[in-house]
Write a protein that binds this ligand. Structure first.
Ligand code: AMP
Length: 361
């Protein structure tokens, strides 16, 4: 156990930056363990505010509000990786921040992330940093086409990226995404996408959940199916790579790792992205694991022993996006566990909830 490890007693308070569905599910898991949650979010309509009375509505750069928040909590975590660096610095100076500021700095910048992964010999798609149109033309010549041009920061659900199919696409894509710092990635002809949600406890124990096979629709996760249809050796390799990542980051908490699976006679893996938080492709754990990802994260950041992530049934998680939420309640069957986020307005593309359908033999 590291010397600064804090072990929270029941009744202690977890501070959560971000009031979306992930913050809400973390607060629910904390409550189950007898811990309180205090949510910090600028949006007064945040879904997480529904499940705990302790809240701060303030901007992420409001230093006085951050200090007041830190004074009322025992440990601080976050539900999204784009926490500004200065916010993380202010908070980390006042209370334990788990996972740490290092994991945030790496995962909020695609170039930092790829550099970190490559330095640990973890395979990633070929890439080049792009600072100008000349860089882009050179990178296109080197990596070939198709290729994917991405902003290094603040991209999610397919936002901030363009696929280049012909050399003539480069200029328009650059104009659309600049002046943000960019990265060009070689297009990966993957067979499927999988993810592993891994946890590392404050005592250094690492446990991962089974790999999920993910299907996206309109750039938004649609389903996560477990078990993934991949050879056992590939699943083991994915868990091993996830472990290398959390150990290298000296990480405490849950982390999501997204992989591309390359087909062929001997399937191989590339890491697409890491997320230093609970992950949408881990929502299935709620329905079929002894310890789900939310409880696992709270246990880790509270300094408690990790729980058993064993899976007890096959399962398919499906996101309910926009008006798909109307399936609840009348479209549900007995094997389906619904989880709604309490959002009032079902805008197109907005994640409103998810269902876990347990598959019986
Ligand atoms: P990202 O925001 O990087 O997770 O990308 C969103 C989705 O775009 C991924 O889940 C893939 O389906 C696709 N994608 C991203 N990068 C690449 C790539 N280099 N090659 C092929 N598909 C990609």
């Amino acid at each position: 156990m590291t010397k600064e490890t804090t072990i929270l007693a029941p009744g202690a308070t977890i501070g959560i930056l971000g009031g979306g569905q992930l913050g809400r599910m973390l607060a629910l898991a904390a409550a189950k363990l007898g811990l309180k949650s205090h949510i910090y979010c600028p949006d007064p309509q945040s879904p997480a505010f529904d499940v705990t009375p302790f809240k701060t509505v303030a901007a992420y750069d409001d230093v006085e509000a951050l200090k007041g928040f830190a004074a009322q909590v025992d440990v601080i975590t976050y539900e999204f990786e784009n926490v500004p660096a200065t916010t993380a610095q202010v908070l980390a100076g006042l209370k334990p921040l788990r996972p740490g500021a290092n994991a945030l700095a790496i995962s909020q910048d695609r170039l930092e992330e790829k550099g970190f992964l490559a330095s640990k010999n973890i395979p990633v798609a070929p890439y080049r940093a792009i600072h100008g149109l000349d860089d882009l033309n050179k990178a296109v010549a080197e990596l070939g086409l198709p290729a994917v041009l991405k902003t290094t920061r603040l991209g999610y659900d397919g936002k901030g990226q363009r696929v280049l199919r012909a050399p003539a696409d480069a200029e328009a894509a650059f104009a659309e995404l600049a002046p943000h710092p960019l990265v060009l990635e070689g297009f990966v002809p993957f067979e499927k996408e999988i993810s592993v949600v891994v946890a590392r406890g404050a005592d250094g124990t690492v446990r991962s959940f089974d790999a999920a096979e993910n299907v996206h629709r309109n750039h938004i996760l649609f389903t996560s199916t477990v078990p993934a249809d991949i050879p056992p050796g590939v699943e083991k390799h994915a868990a091993m790579l996830a472990k290398v990542i959390v150990v290298a980051l000296d990480y405490v908490g849950v982390l999501g790792v997204e992989f591309f699976v390359l087909g062929g006679e001997r399937p191989s893996l590339l890491v697409n992205e890491i997320a230093p938080r609970v992950h949408n492709s881990g929502h299935w754990t709620e329905a079929v694991c002894l310890t789900d990802q939310f409880e696992q994260h709270i246990r880790a950041i509270a300094g408690w022993p990790l729980g058993d992530p064993r899976r007890m049934a096959d399962v398919v998680m499906q996101n309910l996006v926009g008006d798909e939420v109307e399936i609840v309640p009348n479209g549900l069957d007995g094997d389906t566990q619904p989880h709604l986020y309490g959002k009032v307005e079902a805008r197109p593309g907005r994640k409103m909830g998810h269902i876990n359908k347990v598959v019986r033999d």
